[in-house]
Design a protein around this ligand. Structure first.
Ligand code: GRF
Length: 248
């Protein structure tokens, strides 16, 4: 598969992840020019952003972060981006008349940086259908629980862990999924389990899950960048030659 021309590069790996393309790459070592340009959307501390930056710097992901956009101008994630020499943009929602205008600007910023994969990393906004359509199959999110449990509107940050502890489940964890129009309902890419302890607090559980998130998200991005994910409806199939990576 060639991704040589500019138009194809702009669309990134879209066809590899669509429903109409068998799309698994044969080669274990994709060419460098295929490197994915990642746009990371944040609102807060940015520890997942940091994990993605570090994985790119270590050469584990065939790609790089091209731009970081925050909905919160004070987010520490912006500082992390600047320190890594990555363009950092704050788009404050209240300075736009409505969601549509905000998301149109967001699309412009991402396109200006030739982004082919959008990663939500603690981004506290619901994206409009127009945005999702623009990057369909190329938007990922990480959620700090095992979806479809403990997901959906209002389930973010500490609320998730509070609900997990209140329900008394024995396992929680994290989920990386593609984003579609259903909040936290898109095709699941990877999940990892974290055991809930009897004496867990929101903070202790969140901390153990965060540690796992920081490994899981870069791995999902790596698989995407290497063309090892194939989406069919709600199912994301992972190329057989990547099983070892996923199970380790
Ligand atoms: C993480 O728990 C992630 O699962 C959720 O938001 C949090 C972001 O944390 N989507 P950070 O900003 O990456 O530290």
């Amino acid at each position: 598969m060639t991704n040589g021309n500019a138009e194809t590069r702009k669309r990134g790996n879209a066809t590899q992840h669509g429903t109409d393309h068998p799309g698994f790459r044969d080669s274990a070592i994709p060419r460098l020019r295929d490197a994915v340009r990642i746009g990371v959307l944040v609102s807060g501390h940015g520890t997942n952003l940091q994990a993605i930056l570090d994985a790119c710097a270590r050469g584990e992901i065939l790609g790089r972060v091209a731009v970081v956009v925050s909905s919160n101008p004070k987010a520490y994630a912006l500082e992390r981006a600047r320190r890594a020499g990555i363009p950092a943009v704050a788009l404050t929602p209240r300075s736009f008349p409505d969601r549509a205008t905000h998301d149109a600007r967001l699309i412009e910023v991402l396109q200006a940086h030739d982004v082919s994969l959008v990663c939500l990393a603690g981004f506290l906004r619901i994206l409009t259908p127009a945005f999702i359509e623009q990057f369909r199959g190329r938007i990922m999110n990480i959620h700090p629980a095992l979806l479809p449990a403990f997901g959906g509107v209002g389930m973010y940050g500490a609320h998730v862990h509070e609900a997990v502890l209140a329900r008394g489940v024995k396992v929680s964890g994290c989920t990386v999924h593609f984003v579609d129009e259903n909040p936290d309902g898109g095709p699941i890419i990877l999940q990892a389990v974290v055991h809930v302890r009897d004496d867990d607090s929101v903070e202790s559980l969140a901390a153990r899950i965060a540690e796992v998130e920081h490994r899981l998200y870069p791995l999902a991005i790596r698989l995407f960048a290497e063309g090892r994910l194939h989406t069919r409806g709600k199912h994301v199939q992972i190329a057989r030659d990547a099983y070892e990576l996923v199970r380790s």
